[in-house]
Every structure is written in structure tokens, then in C-alpha cells.
Design a protein around this ligand. Structure first.
Ligand code: 5RP
Length: 217
């Protein structure tokens, strides 16, 4: 068939449009001279070109090898996180956002690096499409577990499941998910923080989050 007969191509879905809108709005918050933490995921994939297009003099750190590769290819200056002890801003996506400001991250398994970068930033900006807004956060909550003693850690956690077909984190951690429903995210976060073998989890408390930008608002 002649490709010119194929008719108009479908445009991006409303969700993709919202992701891009949120990412572009976040890119506008970055100014010359800033140090910038770059998150991971399909929403951040819209942030990188929007940021690169502004041609600012900024220094970035990446939360995953994928983000580092993509950002570098776009001309953004990405440095090892051992070189910077604080960041002006970190910008990242999320899997769930609730009205109290709790967020769940780690759908891409990068939540431990993402939390370190977010915690080091003066301002942590979360960029999401509206489908990420939930009345209350719930399972699955991503986990990163130390391979040493994995069976014992899983036994202690009880309801954690290793995520199938998911490679280890860049730091060698096993990516898993907490699967039980929970009422109190703070209590679950405290419990997960207390379990030896849990490197980190994807619960980000409201105090960590400066701004949530929902695309299209
Ligand atoms: C990766 C993450 C992502 O930010 C989160 O999963 C959202 O991803 P996406 O923007 O693709 O929906 O936490 O670990």
C-alpha cells in the first residue's frame, strides 16, 4: 500500500500529552547555574529534551544509566553523583500521588537512587499525568533488597514478591514489591526502613515533595 494512503497518524494519547505538559512546565523551573537531579521513566523522557532545548548552563546528575545515556546524548552535562553534595532541584515522575502528598515511586526500579537524589535537592518536583492521582496510595510499593540473605529478608517481609524478569538495580539490588494493602504509609515506611536487607522502598513522604505538577492543569 502507498504509505500516503494510510491517512493521518493518530496523535499522542491524552496521558502522553499530560506527561509532556508536566515535563515542559518543570523544565521552565530550571535556571542557569543550577545543579539538577534527573529522574527516570517515560515522563522524564519528555523532560530531557525540554531541558536540553533551553541550552542552560547547568550540571546534572542522573538516577539511572538510561537517563544518563539519554541526557548526555541530548547535550546535557551529566556528572557522577560523587561530585555534588547538594542539588538545587530534582525532577522526577511517580507511580502514585495522593492528596496528602505521599507518593509511590519505583515502577522503573530506580527508587533508591531517585530517593537519594530527591533528598539531596532543595526542591523536589514531581511530574505526572493525571492518571497517577489516587485517593490513597496503596500496593505495590517497590522495594530494593540486598541479594545477601535474600530468602531471609523475603521471609521477614512476608508479602514481598521479587519482580519477575527485572534486572538488578545498577547497585546490584534485587527489585521487589510489597503487595499487602496498608492504611498508614508512615508506619509501613518505618517498618520497611527497619528491616535489615531492605536497601530502600518507594514510599516518599510528603515532606520530601516540594511541588507536584500534573500535566494539563
Ligand atoms: C522509576 C520511577 C518512575 O519515575 C515512575 O515509575 C514513573 O514512571 P513513568 O514516568 O514512566 O510513568 O519511579 O523508578
Amino acid at each position: 500500500m502507498d504509505p500516503t494512503d494510510a491517512g493521518p497518524r493518530p496523535g499522542p494519547s491524552p496521558t502522553e500529552t499530560e506527561k509532556r505538559q508536566a515535563a515542559v512546565a518543570a523544565a521552565e523551573l530550571v535556571a542557569d547555574g543550577m545543579t539538577v537531579g534527573l529522574g527516570t521513566g517515560s515522563t522524564v523522557a519528555y523532560l530531557l529534551p525540554a531541558l536540553a532545548a533551553r541550552r542552560l548552563d547547568i550540571r546534572c546528575v542522573a538516577t539511572s544509566p538510561r537517563t544518563e545515556t539519554d541526557a548526555t546524548a541530548l547535550g546535557l552535562r551529566v556528572e557522577a553523583f560523587s561530585q555534588l553534595d547538594r542539588l538545587a532541584v530534582a525532577i522526577d515522575g511517580a507511580d502514585q500521588v495522593d492528596p496528602d502528598g505521599w507518593i509511590v515511586k519505583g515502577g522503573g526500579g530506580a527508587h533508591v537512587r531517585e530517593k537519594i537524589v530527591a533528598a539531596a535537592a532543595e526542591s523536589f518536583v514531581v511530574i505526572v499525568s493525571s492518571d497517577k492521582e489516587v485517593p490513597r496510595i496503596g500496593p505495590p510499593v517497590p522495594l530494593e533488597l540486598l541479594p545477601f540473605g535474600l530468602a531471609a529478608t523475603l521471609h521477614e517481609l512476608g508479602c514481598a514478591r521479587v519482580r519477575p524478569s527485572t534486572p538488578p538495580s545498577p547497585d546490584g539490588g534485587v527489585i521487589a514489591d510489597w503487595t499487602d494493602p496498608f492504611d498508614d504509609p508512615a508506619a509501613l515506611a518505618t517498618y520497611l526502613d527497619s528491616v535489615p536487607g531492605v536497601v530502600g522502598h518507594g514510599l516518599f513522604h510528603p515532606g520530601m515533595v516540594s511541588t507536584v505538577i500534573v500535566g494539563g492543569r
